[in-house]
Design a protein around this ligand. Structure first.
Ligand SMILES: Nc1ncnc2c1ncn2[C@@H]1O[C@H](COP(=O)(O)OP(=O)(O)OP(=O)(O)O)[C@@H](O)[C@H]1O
Length: 309
């Protein structure tokens, strides 16, 4: 087992990675539950600055990353760099390893080999999860625990808070996040009363409430109607204008296309393209691969994504 793998295993069993206070989702332990579990305050409030940090270091640098799930190699030597202020799309067919790659970045999947640094700090030493907002692949904000939209979004602020009740700045950040995704008028509603697309907007607001420097979103547009997609694209535009760095897992660029600086395409756990976003990606792309969205209705038309084969 590599040092990275041991670190992840230790984190998994001790709850460190899962409860490290990651803005938005706060890691593995809370991915499914959404809001129910708060990170231990001591960890969330731990001093995070690394004196050795290079301010120009890339937010994400993955080198030769390998990962195995269920006995099968899923990442087979991936290099992925996301520079400050960049918006990078991670593309690829179903099962190519996109989610696994981002889950390894946020500490939910152990790497079996390779190197990962976050803001120039080796993953095993990185503690400052408040700098990273993560929106997992489509999940629900409801967790069986009654919670309002505002409460869910407030959970994304926990990593930024010190001991004690929310301060004015915390409340303002939550309100701003709600407004950014167009959910301020639903703040008092129970999340159980939301549609799928609205859930997604709430989860994105939860990540934004932490005011992360790096935003990682796994298929943020999945199952979101066109009107909501436009709202989310506008939200992202604002984040990018404010200097945020963004890594997006996408099936097609869609309304986000104008924002994307670079695309990395995975195939079978390997990088097959790293450069300008492929123009052909989309519903009318080159003939080739039929990409069926995992959450699509059984009779849904496959999306043809020529460069994603
Ligand atoms: N927990 C797991 N155990 C075993 N295999 C897994 C697990 N999670 C994912 N896999 C496998 O790893 C491979 C990559 O999955 P991953 O979810 O990373 O792909 P993806 O590119 O995000 O796909 P999609 O576009 O369908 O979301 C798939 O073959 C998948 O079946």
């Amino acid at each position: 087992m590599t040092e990275e793998a041991m670190e992840a295993e230790e984190a998994r069993t001790s709850g460190a990675a899962g409860n490290s206070g990651m803005a938005g989702n706060s890691g593995a332990a809370r991915e499914e539950s959404g809001v129910a579990e708060a990170p231990p305050t001591a960890r969330a409030a731990a001093p995070a600055e690394d004196p050795a940090e290079d301010p120009a270091a890339d937010p994400i640098s993955l080198r030769g990353a390998t990962a195995t799930l269920g006995g099968r190699p899923v990442l087979r030597g991936i290099d992925l760099t996301v520079r400050r202020g960049e918006v990078v799309a991670l593309l690829g067919a179903n099962g190519s390893g996109k989610s696994t790659a981002v889950r390894s970045i946020v500490g939910q999947v152990p790497l079996s080999g390779g190197e990962l640094t976050l803001f120039g700090i080796p993953r095993r030493r990185f503690r400052d999860w408040a700098r990273i907002g993560y929106v997992p692949q489509r999940t629900t904000a409801a967790s069986g625990v009654p919670a309002t939209v505002r409460e869910v979004v407030s959970a994304g602020r926990l990593a930024r808070r010190r001991f004690g009740p929310p301060r004015k700045a915390d409340r303002a950040a939550v309100q701003r996040a709600l407004e950014l995704v167009g959910m301020a008028d639903r703040a008092r509603d129970p999340v159980s009363a939301l549609s799928g697309g609205q859930h997604q907007r709430v989860l994105i607001a939860r990540a934004l409430a932490g005011e992360p420097e790096l935003l990682i979103m796994d298929e943020p547009m999945a199952g979101v109607d066109l009107a909501s997609q436009e709202i989310l694209a506008g939200t992202l535009r604002e984040q990018v204008a404010g200097g945020s760095t963004v890594l997006l897992v996408l099936h097609e660029l869609g309304p986000l296309e104008p924002l994307i600086d670079r695309a990395v395409v995975l195939r079978d756990g390997c990088v097959v393209h790293d450069g300008p976003p492929p123009k052909a990606v989309g519903q009318h792309a080159l003939p080739g691969h039929d990409h069926v969205h995992p959450h699509a209705a059984p009779d849904a038309e496959p999306i043809r994504t020529g460069l994603l084969t």
